[in-house]
Design a protein around this ligand. Structure first.
Ligand code: SF4
Length: 258
């Protein structure tokens, strides 16, 4: 492995600049903590990690999971591992074979070539198929390194650092987490999932552990899945109702007060 696997070669994509978000106000930080505290009470933090994959395997798992139900992406990941027990074999496999193996996920025809391209990019930059060296970097450096690979955005880079055996303090934001953050007013209505990562991370204490940031992500995600549904959020049984502007408008409308 090269001494400095993060060194950018001339033919490599340039790292995207990581923009620092505007510093959040104290009331917004307090609100983020209050939401975390209440939801942790409901969903019982600390939340156990759902698996323990090495970072490269977690990266492949994250690529499979995009816009796909967990059960389907989990099945596709297991099918890949059963057919090719190491990632070097997947790198050498044909796109059509990979596509056929992962057919249960959304857009297998896009994900199959992407998985091959990502594995090749890792080999080109590192000299072997491993991401274990990310453990020696800061979270920002490691995320920048991953996001320099085409097809890897903030959600995937944060998932690799947080969910894998690296257990680094990064905050992933999925669509459920994003929806709850938007409805409760932690982020504005025009902040997309990608940019929301930096905004939501900045609202939480700098020195939070990997477990605390993981819990924050998990409880907002669980709340989006179980209460703050996409179409009909169950505001009448939500522990955030008194601090959620969206919920208050919905409840007032239902009561005929607006
Ligand atoms: S009050 Fe309603 S809109 Fe607000 S977080 Fe709860 S379920 Fe979602």
């Amino acid at each position: 492995m090269p001494l400095f696997p993060d060194t950018i070669r001339p033919d490599e994509p340039r790292r995207r600049r990581r923009e620092a978000p505007t510093a959040p106000s104290e009331p917004l930080k307090d609100k983020a903590l209050e939401i975390y505290r209440r939801l942790c009470g409901v969903y019982e933090c600390p939340i156990p990690y759902f698996h323990s994959l090495d970072p490269l395997s977690e990266l492949i798992s994250s690529l499979l999971s995009h816009r796909t139900r967990n059960a389907d992406s989990g099945r596709a990941f297991k099918a890949l591992r059963a057919r090719w027990p190491d990632w070097a074999m997947v790198e050498e496999a044909g796109v059509a074979e990979i596509e056929e193996t992962i057919r249960g996920v959304t857009w297998p025809e896009l994900k199959a070539p992407r998985i091959k391209a990502v594995l090749s990019a890792v080999r080109d930059r590192v000299g072997s198929l491993t991401l274990d060296f990310l453990a020696a970097m800061s979270v920002d450096e490691a995320r920048g390194w991953l996001e320099a690979i085409p097809g890897i955005g903030p959600k995937t880079s944060a998932a690799v650092l947080s969910f894998s055996t690296l257990r680094m303090p990064a905050l992933p934001v999925d669509s459920h987490h994003h929806r709850v953050a938007q409805r409760t007013g932690l982020i504005g209505p025009k902040v997309d999932v990608g940019p929301s990562h930096a905004v939501l991370r900045a609202q939480l204490p700098d020195d939070w552990s990997a477990q605390a940031l993981y819990d924050n992500h998990e409880v907002l995600m669980l709340h989006g899945q179980r209460v703050c549904f996409h179409r009909s959020p169950a505001c009448d049984r939500c522990v955030l109702l008194d601090i959620c502007p969206t919920g208050q408008v919905r409840v007032a409308k239902a009561a005929g007060r607006t």
